[in-house]
Write a protein that binds this ligand. Structure first.
Ligand code: OXD
Ligand code: MN
Length: 596
């Protein structure tokens, strides 16, 4: 589409183009010097055309269209397979506003450094203009972003993950209130890779990576880091949380959100299938990764999923762990860095079906199950439209969102932390969130298995000082009059032989049942130094392999083994210059209750 034609599309009611967008696109075109600028309209015709361009350019391979209609495979560069937290920066004017958990770069320096890499980097390439909305179209809480990129992989993924195209012009109108997202692959050189956020300018510049979390700028960069900053200013919250509705046998639906560190089962919980023994329950998926939360007129917290699709971790996803995800990805989906089977299908470790005798691995090489290497990258992904999810909630696009009764935090902990506990109140719940720690997974770089503190599962996604973020949580608690209860779960506790004590997956609904009972004012509980845990008979295990003694071990809170955790929290909190007094007080009170 020519510039003139595109301008017509982005006109306001008076037939004038949005002058702010036009000016900015021109500036960025001058910087990156693409051969041409293409304005995406989001139409089906456009999708087909860009898809065949992407196949021709080698960005995607067509999969067997009979087996997987509308599905394509992408292999990333081998040095570009996960979010690069070490190269991700918060560029606030004052260094202290980025806080001790973020990398910081001065805005001038970041614009200069990235600008030098962007300069002329799109010569011989096309620049795509992607207008998009995070949140349902027409919702007053949604935000508009415009991403400029030279990657067709990004364009086609953004089309699935956001409401993309002409619909965004209607939402934006004449306003200058949009996130300016500039992305370029440049030469994919890790030494020239920067993911820079300028929250004070509502701007993101990402260069040198094509990986989802670094390059699909609507997701982690906008919907968490930038939105978190805006939310603090405007009085709402952007959280790394799934949103799900649980319908009980009486037909009442209760909505909960849950924050777990990356690759700890958020997508599985969001799409949970109730076990046969829990008759009459239904689970409704609203979102699997991000929640925007506001206080409604009724004093409750209301949640919206700003995304339009799922960008899930493939390994471990199977008909056993997540049948709804498997059904969602049977068509119109992208697969990144998985094994291609000889029939033109896909396979990954933990798919729970035998591997192909031979396939093409994520590096594009011939692979056999005996080759001694993983066929799919541990952080390989699927991208799929939310609309294809069999458990999708009829309320998932409600402009006001859904009302939240419980917030659940969780981590991957082999010991110490019980299966579930309930915090005493909102400030203690904020402390529980602030002390989430998990054994590291493959979604980010680093040593897998190492324990890392990940407050509210937001450590890599908080766009400002984490101490101020805790304070924002505490302040939100003062504005909510009908508080959700705050819980913590740990599906991963092991026995002395290193075996998981809890079956997980669909059976997690048994724990949620107790959570719902607690929200309704029933549900038997025992008070411990860290919060309320279920009474011995409060969680039903009938129909599972969990014995009475396993359950007792799962729920055990042993003050004697909490010392290393509390010491590690001392150390973690020690790095914050802006730790709210209320968090210090909660920490001291918990230590006292544990006699530490
Ligand atoms: C994700 C992540 O991709 O958390 O959702 O890393
Ligand atoms: Mn995530």
């Amino acid at each position: 589409m020519g510039v003139k034609e595109a301008e017509k599309k982005m006109t306001n009611v008076h037939g004038e183009p949005n002058a702010h967008v036009k000016k900015w696109v021109e500036e960025m075109r001058d910087l990156c010097q693409p051969d041409a600028v293409y304005w995406c309209d989001g139409s089906e015709e456009e999708r087909r055309r860009l898809m065949s361009d992407a196949v021709r350019a080698g960005d995607f391979e067509e999969l067997n269209q009979e087996l997987l209609p509308g599905c394509y495979l992408h292999r990333s560069a081998q040095n570009d397979v996960a979010r690069t937290e070490g190269l991700t920066f918060i560029c606030t004017r004052s260094k202290s506003d980025a806080g001790p958990t973020n990398n910081w770069m001065a805005p001038d320096e970041a614009y200069r450094k990235c600008g030098a890499i962007f300069k002329g980097s799109m010569k011989g390439r096309q620049m795509y203009v992607i207008p998009f909305i995070m949140g349902p179209a027409g919702s007053p809480f949604s935000k508009v972003g415009i991403e400029l990129t030279d990657s067709l992989y990004v364009v086609l993924n953004m089309r699935m993950m956001t409401r993309m195209g002409n619909v965004a012009w209607g939402q934006l109108g004449d306003s200058n209130d949009f996130t300016r997202c500039l992305h370029g692959k440049a030469d994919l050189n890790i030494d020239r890779r920067f993911i820079c956020h300028f929250p004070e300018d509502n701007t993101i510049w990402s260069v040198g990576s094509g990986y989802g979390g670094n390059a699909l700028l609507g997701k982690k960069c906008l919907a968490l880091r930038i939105a978190g900053f805006l939310g603090r200013r405007e009085g709402w919250m952007a959280e790394h949380m799934l949103i799900v509705g649980i319908e009980d046998p009486q037909g009442r639906t209760t909505y909960i959100t849950a924050a777990f560190p990356s690759a700890c089962g958020k997508t599985n919980l969001a799409m949970l299938v109730p076990p046969a023994s829990l008759k009459g329950y239904k689970v409704w998926t609203v979102g699997d990764d991000i929640a925007w939360l506001r206080v409604g007129k009724d004093g409750q917290l209301w949640a919206v999923n700003p995304e339009n699709g799922f960008f899930g971790v493939a390994p471990g996803t199977s008909m056993k762990s997540n049948p709804n995800a498997m059904k969602t990805i049977q068509r119109n989906s992208f697969f990144t860095n998985v094994v291609r089977t000889p029939e033109g299908g896909v396979w990954w470790e933990g798919m729970d079906i035998p591997p192909p005798q031979e396939g093409i691995d994520w590096k594009g090489k011939k692979w056999t199950p005996s080759s001694g290497e993983k066929g799919a990258h541990p952080n390989s992904r699927f991208t799929a439209p939310a609309s294809q999810c069999p458990s999708l909630s009829p309320h998932w696009e409600d402009p006001e969102g859904v009302p939240i009764s419980a917030i659940i935090f969780g981590g991957r902990r082999a010991s110490v932390v019980p299966l579930v506990f309930e915090s005493f109140d909102w400030p203690h719940g904020t402390y529980v969130g602030a002390t989430v720690a998990s054994e590291r997974t493959a979604a980010a770089e680093g040593t897998v298995g190492e324990l890392r503190h990940d407050p509210m599962a937001m450590l890599p996604f908080c766009g400002y000082h984490m101490g101020d973020y805790f304070e924002h949580w505490l302040q939100m608690g003062k504005r909510i009059t009908r508080h959700p209860k705050i819980f913590h779960v740990n599906w991963f506790r092991q026995n002395s032989q290193g075996e998981f004590l809890w079956p997980g997956f669909g059976e997690n609904l048994r724990v949620i049942q107790w959570i719902l009972e607690r929200c309704a004012g029933s549900g038997k509980a025992v008070k411990t130094p860290i919060g309320f845990v279920p009474a011995a008979d409060a969680i039903t295990t009938k129909g599972t392999h969990v014995s009475g003694s396993d359950l007792a071990e799962l729920l055990r809170v042993d003050p004697g083994i909490w010392k290393p955790d509390m010491t590690s929290r001392d150390k973690f909190f020690g790095m914050f210059d802006r730790l709210p007094q209320a968090i210090r007080d909660e920490h001291a009170a918990q230590k006292k209750r544990l006699h530490i």
